[in-house]
Design a protein around this ligand. Sequence first.
Ligand SMILES: NC(=O)c1ccc[n+]([C@@H]2O[C@H](COP(=O)([O-])OP(=O)(O)OC[C@H]3O[C@@H](n4cnc5c(N)ncnc54)[C@H](O)[C@@H]3O)[C@@H](O)[C@H]2O)c1
Length: 241
Amino acid sequence: MNRMDGKIAIVTGGARGIGRTVCETFAREGAKMVFALDMIPGEYSAENIKHIELNVINREQVATFVEQVQTEFGRVDVLINNAGITRDALLQKMDESMWDAVINVNLKGVFNLTQAVAPLMMENGKGSIVNIASVVGEYGNIGQTNYAATKAGVIGMTYTWAKEFTRKGAAVRTNAVAPGYVMTEMMATVPDKVLDPIRQKTPLGRLGDPQEIANAILFLASDESSYVNGHVLSVNGGLRL
Ligand SMILES: NC(=O)c1ccc[n+]([C@@H]2O[C@H](COP(=O)([O-])OP(=O)(O)OC[C@H]3O[C@@H](n4cnc5c(N)ncnc54)[C@H](O)[C@@H]3O)[C@@H](O)[C@H]2O)c1
């Protein structure tokens, strides 16, 4: 018995980094279909992963896609709100376009997907939503006013949806994973002079691997976590201790 047997899953930002690893993990764990939503092309080793070109901030594209899934499969079991961007600068140097870009993808994108998918889950009586937050949303970071605001916002939405989507008796769970620093393309622009002190401050002494984040997401997405709702799971090597 695999942990995602027969499930229909949607993963935003599924073309690379953590999202791609989540898609591959779900496919390996027996998912019936994993939809990898991204603006950039993605390559996958499994036949049960389908790439969909889509921008999470485009509500029309999102609505059309979710309608197609509903028509084809009649349900969505799992939604992973993973797509996210950074536009870093100290507050005084952060211009409006940097603020708007990050708010749009990291907050509005999560709002858009969840608003389209949650009603189907509630109708179906069950589902699991996992939002990808960040250690930065839990304790801030210099140069990331916009990003920290969105990731703290994602945590607030997680708590809200854990209450809202269950109120008619549906087992629609909402949880979040808050990764520490993980080696993906997103981190490629961060210089070693920033990363080295993070490694030193982390009790495990290293950055995370995308698979280590995907493992936590898999737990929350699967029925193994059937009584976990409204939880933020920190996966950061002990960075905040
Ligand atoms: N890497 C880290 O250290 C780290 C730490 C904490 C949290 N996170 C979070 O994890 C998630 C994944 O991060 P990652 O490191 O894999 O990043 P990444 O940049 O490697 O991948 C993000 C993916 O999202 C896609 N994407 C961006 N904007 C999009 C949009 N508007 N519509 C559709 N797709 C879009 C990108 O094309 C990309 O494929 C993000 O939410 C990020 O904030 C990452």
